[in-house]
Design a protein around this ligand. Structure first.
Ligand code: SF4
Length: 412
């Protein structure tokens, strides 16, 4: 069977930078956005040419990546199972621009008939015209960045929208015919309590979106939040304002209560931070966690094709200068060793509640996982962090709470 692959398209523009955000995104003028769309369309089409003539690696990656083996299926025959417009704020683009990107994709790649095509959108950037245009262009899943229903938290996060804006966007999206909507929420915010987080969950589940992503805030270096709150000890010493983040215990309580709340509301947790009604798990992300190959297009997008990882340049000026030419925007080719592929298999696969399969490991690596990982697996099973049932190994409830420590123990 010829394996499918996924497409990721990065739109690196936002109305303004949120205080906690370390994604590759920034405000840009209309002119820059248009030049970017033109360069992106070129990258899409020329990447497709490389796929068609089987010279993607040689042409696009300066010959650094190994050539296709004779038995590898031609990439030109592989279908795209999912496409994900991420950002940044893809919905900042005009409908015509999204249509042109979709046209370039459809004319370049072979799409599965039931391909999942998602677009990240922020309240405050959506109109009925845009939403109807996205539907016409083939977008069939919308991911709305809400984060909180409380105005003080939205302001603190530096979001551009109010809760009312979100409600309006949600209503318009349903009216435009979107039947697969995700809503993003955040927990562990400064000053947040389980009670205030529960209110977010109550209000959002009352709307019955198909999917909810609920991540905890991480204060990343280089963000406004880090400047304000990072390195608590130094700030305290300097007599500056310190962070009122919930303690680890409170954060865990929010997470565990949240899982319970969402389960009762009909949302199955299928990944540590992702919850869906039956049949609505995000296929794009599931593919990523289970090792499906993906081609990333656009500024800073990373790819994993034929056992090789590579990324595009992160400098917008450079991306525009070379007009998206694949051979000039790709960098960091890295052929993963068998060891690294195995680690990735566990690291990504165990994020999903279904865990990883021993038979799948054997199929991919030609050996059992016993020899290399057996001892640490048994230790983690005894500690109650992992569980094995038949062919599958997965995190227990306790294991989810300390997943990073579990991964470290298993993979070291
Ligand atoms: S909208 Fe998203 S990508 Fe843009 S600045 Fe805010 S968090 Fe970052």
């Amino acid at each position: 069977m010829i394996p499918d692959f996924e497409l990721y398209i990065h739109i690196p523009f936002c109305v303004r930078k949120c205080a906690y955000c370390d994604f590759l995104s920034a405000p840009a003028s209309e002119d820059v956005r248009e030049r970017y769309v033109q360069a992106l369309c070129r990258e899409i089409r020329e990447s497709g040419e490389s796929l068609r003539d089987g010279k993607m690696k040689e042409r696009a990656l300066h010959g650094v990546i190994r050539a296709s083996g004779e038995n590898e299926p031609s990439l030109a025959k592989r279908t795209v199972s999912t496409l994900f417009f991420g950002g940044g704020t893809p919905s900042i683009l005009e409908v015509g621009q999204i249509e042109r990107i979709m046209k370039a994709c459809r004319e370049t790649f072979l799409f599965a008939e039931n391909a999942e095509i998602s677009l990240e959108a922020n309240p405050g950037t959506l109109t009925m015209d845009k939403l109807e245009g996205y539907r016409r262009a083939g977008i069939n899943r919308l991911s709305l960045g809400l984060q909180s229903v409380h105005e003080n938290e939205l302001r603190l996060l530096g979001r551009i929208h109010s809760y009312e804006d979100f409600l309006e966007s949600y209503r318009l999206a349903r009216k435009a015919g979107f039947t697969n909507i995700n809503v993003d929420l955040m927990s562990a915010l400064p000053g947040q309590t389980w009670e205030s987080y529960r209110e977010c969950l109550e209000k959002v589940t009352a709307l019955a979106p198909e999917h909810i992503s609920a991540y905890s805030l991480i204060v990343e270096e280089g963000t406004l939040f880090y400047e304000r709150y990072g390195d608590e000890e130094k700030r305290r010493e300097a007599g500056k304002e310190t962070l009122l983040l919930p303690s680890e215990e409170e954060e865990r309580e929010m997470y565990e209560n949240g899982v319970d709340f969402l389960r009762k509301a009909g949302y199955r947790r299928y990944e540590i931070s992702n919850f869906a009604r039956e049949g609505y798990a995000c296929r794009h992300n599931c593919g990523y966690w289970t090792g499906v190959e993906y081609l990333g297009l656009g500024l800073g997008a990373s790819s994993y094709m034929e056992g090789t990882r590579f990324s595009n340049v992160r400098d917008l000026k450079r991306y525009l200068e070379v007009d998206g030419a694949p051979a000039l925007v790709r960098e960091l080719p890295e052929v993963l060793s068998e060891e690294e592929k195995k680690e990735e298999f566990f690291f990504l696969g165990l994020r999903m509640m279904q865990g990883v399969s021993a038979a799948e490991f054997e199929r991919r690596f030609g050996e059992s996982w016993e020899r290399e990982y057996g001892a640490s697996m048994q230790k983690l099973i005894r500690m109650g962090y992992l569980k094995q049932e038949g062919d599958r190994l997965f995190l227990t409830e306790e294991g989810v709470s300390v997943s990073n420590e579990v991964f470290a123990e298993l993979l070291l």
